[in-house]
Design a protein around this ligand. Structure first.
Ligand code: COA
Length: 387
């Protein structure tokens, strides 16, 4: 297979943003094109990750619209959707195009604008990714399913409320230093515990917000890394895994493990010939605080029921030995669903080239991992990147 490199990245601020869906995608994409010296190059293909643009803002046919707005016609253009892992699945398509020697330069953009609809409508749109027969018809939302997982995990592993709060406290501590994060404010354990309940036992601060935002990366073949003279800023794609699980949570083998993560991580590590011990920094899908703990265990970064020990011991902090979600994660950086997977790669890319925001740079990382969940825990991607 042809080696594939990330050679530039761009991202908008995440939050409640005035710009339209297309303006957000344009801003992030032009930044990635500029940083990779590709503004006046012939881009072979545009791949767009977006979960529900038709329903959140009423925009259809997004891939062609963006190819036109970005000035890259007649490049091929494709939109990919796998729920909140749409950005990572779009990356998989872009990666495969270059690895298979179909293309040399592929632009990837992930985008979502969720603030134009009210809370009830946003929840209804997001809940469509869940099983109607088994979950949505009974009023379940993603937060309700995460709450069931949290309860079971707390019961099985004696996790306390204040232990769980350490996860969002860390996320907000990192987000406070990230100028693009949705929330740039630190919070305390006390604030998490006493915040309003969203779905018992999860409070407001256990949940990621609904955000607007876009992130973009440029992918290149080895030959074009040379042609463009961007070797010093090229990060290699080392591995990628993608797995699914049964649609409804009640049909899965476990409540405290996501089988799709396990298989995606195994495949990614096998492809890269690496193990969890090799990872220097990672971005995990903490849409709800409990998921950060479950994800670490499913990937093999911690033993079952023990991930909280790493959090408690400071090992997942920016200056720890296994930093997790250094730019705030979905909790504080924000979660414009289709953009999240690309934002994770954007942030990992900046870590690996030493350009993370001030106070968030990990000491000389060489191997980085991303994990992005689609559906409610049933369509999951894991990526490995290195310098
Ligand atoms: N964390 C921290 N603060 C949050 C927040 C969050 N997740 N969500 C909203 N806020 C803040 C807002 O900034 C606002 O603050 P302000 O009053 O200082 O301006 C305040 O809380 C009210 O915001 P609002 O949007 O009205 O809150 P809400 O109660 O309607 O929504 C949630 C809160 C948690 C229910 C909503 O963010 C949610 O549904 N999150 C989950 C999204 C989801 O399921 N994503 C898919 C996962 S795979």
């Amino acid at each position: 297979m042809e080696p594939v490199y990330v050679i530039g990245a761009g991202m908008t601020a995440f939050g409640t943003i005035d710009q339209s869906l297309t303006e957000l995608a344009e801003e992030a994409s032009f930044e990635a094109m500029k940083q990779s010296h590709c503004l006046d190059q012939r881009v072979d293909h545009l791949v767009v990750g977006s979960q529900n643009p038709d329903e959140f803002v009423g925009t259809g046919h997004l891939s062609t619209l963006l190819a036109d707005r970005l000035g890259i016609v007649p490049a091929g253009a494709t939109r990919v959707e796998t729920g909140p892992s749409s950005g990572s699945s779009a990356f998989e398509v872009a990666y495969t195009m270059i690895a298979s020697r179909h293309s040399d330069l592929v632009l990837l953009v992930g985008v979502e604008k969720m603030s134009e609809v009210n809370r009830g409508t946003a929840s209804k749109i997001l809940s469509k990714m869940m099983s109607y027969e088994n979950e949505t018809r009974y009023g379940a939302t993603p937060t309700a399913l995460a709450a069931i997982i949290a309860r079971r995990y707390m019961h099985d592993y004696d996790l306390t409320r204040d232990d769980l709060s350490l996860v969002p406290v860390k996320a907000h501590r990192n987000g406070a230093k990230n100028p693009l994060a949705h929330f740039q404010k630190e919070i305390t354990i006390e604030e998490v515990r006493t915040a309003r309940i969203v779905a018992e036992p999860l409070t407001l601060f256990d949940c990621s917000p609904t955000s607007d935002g876009a992130a973009s990366i440029m992918l290149s073949s080895e030959e074009w890394v040379k042609n463009l003279g961007v070797k010093d800023q090229a990060v290699k794609v080392l591995g990628f895994g993608h797995g699914t699980d049964h649609h409804a949570v009640q049909h899965r083998l476990s409540l405290t493990s996501l089988g799709a993560t396990v298989i995606a991580a195994e495949n990614a590590f096998q492809m890269a010939n690496l193990s969890p011990r090799d990872v220097d920094v990672c971005e995990l899908h903490d849409a709800f605080s409990i998921l950060e703990l479950v994800n670490m265990e499913d990937i093999g970064l911690a033993n079952r029921g023990k991930s909280i020990e790493l959090v408690r011991g400071g090992r997942t902090e920016v200056f720890g030995d296994i930093p997790v979600n250094t730019t705030g994660g979905l909790k504080a950086r924000g979660h414009p669903t289709g953009a999240t997977g690309v934002a994770q790669i954007h942030d990992i890319y900046n870590q690996l080239i030493g350009q993370a925001p001030k106070g968030l740079q990990v000491d000389s990382p060489r191997i980085a991992l991303t994990q992005n969940i689609g559906g409610f825990g049933n369509n999951i991607c894991v990526g490995l990147f290195g310098v």
